[in-house]
Design a binder for this molecule. Structure first.
Ligand code: NDP
Length: 274
């Protein structure tokens, strides 16, 4: 078992800091990628109902020798199901062949529909009933999270947001931290390095540490205190993305990467998706 960093969430549950994302993978690709990742040492897998590959993760969990208790599975409530969370999670659990997941995330707030507080209340109940160990959100800006806390008294343990060197979301990351909400980076490699892998600073650090540009970017997430879930269905890259525990970036190097922030989103602004 590879020694790897684990984060203690505000509800006391432990979450691996590095995991595998499987957006845009077919069922078979997700299965093969998850089997490969688990044998490489990954213990966190991030899927979602809308990815339509939860079955593949379920198959991988049947195939692997790694005990269920050692694996952290995240799935997500899709927007159309915000008023139907129980049935949505039960469907996901069936596909995953699990009795509970480790983390259930609301995928987007969809503020104009204004159902996210009701959905959050449902997630609180699902957690109380043991169908998920932890509950959190994705793509929530500060006002959305604040409303959940004010109206239910329950703070999400994770906020999974788009975050990579071109979009660092420092204000939201700091605000999350102030509320003991773990920030998790989606599209951490800027979807294959768009505008990131060709930056001089990243290339120079790769040379200095004898690492790939992707490994430097993953290390930057880890050293910034983020949970990070690079996606790959390529066995060699799944291995490469996990070989990041034998070096650390220096503070000045982290700051140099911080200067790459352009506020450039690859995905939509959460205020606009409904
Ligand atoms: P990533 O930033 O993880 O980039 C994935 C892309 O990078 C793929 O094309 C992959 O190719 C390629 N890649 C992976 N490793 C390397 C490497 N070492 N060198 C070069 N290229 C590499 O993008 P994602 O958007 O997939 O984000 C990661 C995960 O975050 C998702 O899979 C999903 O789980 C989650 N997510 C959550 C969202 C949300 O709204 N909550 C939204 C978007 C993503 P290949 O697979 O061909 O190897």
């Amino acid at each position: 078992m590879v020694d790897q960093p684990v984060i203690k969430l505000r509800d006391g549950n432990m979450m691996p800091q590095l995991g595998l994302g499987v957006w845009q993978a077919s069922i078979a690709e997700a299965r093969d990628a998850a089997v490969k990742a688990l044998s490489t040492g990954y213990r966190l897998i991030d899927t979602a109902a809308i990815y339509k590959n939860e079955e593949g993760i379920g198959q991988a969990l049947q195939e692997t020798d790694v005990p269920r208790d050692d694996i952290f599975i995240t799935t997500k409530l899709w927007n159309d199901d915000q008023l139907n969370a129980r049935q949505a999670l039960e469907t996901s659990l069936k596909k995953l062949q699990l009795e509970s997941v480790d983390l259930y995330l609301m995928h987007w707030p969809c503020p104009q529909k204004d159902h996210y507080v009701a959905a959050w209340q449902a997630l609180i109940e699902l957690q109380q009933q043991g169908l998920t160990k932890s509950i959190g959100v994705c793509n929530f800006n500060q006002p959305h999270v604040k409303r959940l806390i004010d109206e239910t008294g329950v703070t999400p343990v994770v906020n999974q947001i788009e975050l990579h060197p071109m979009l660092q979301q420092r204000e939201l990351h700091a605000w999350n931290a102030m509320h003991q909400i773990q920030t998790e980076s989606w599209s951490p490699l800027a979807q294959g390095g768009k505008g990131v892998f060709d930056q001089e600073i990243i290339k120079n650090l790769a040379k200095k540490y004898g690492k790939s540009v992707a490994q430097i970017v993953i290390r930057w997430h880890l050293d910034s205190g983020l949970v990070v879930i690079p996606k790959s269905v390529t066995p060699a890259r799944i291995e490469e993305n996990f070989k990041v525990f034998d070096f650390r970036l220096e503070k000045t190097e982290i700051s140099e990467i911080s200067r790459l922030d352009k506020g450039n989103r690859l995905g939509p602004n959460p205020d606009d998706i409904n």
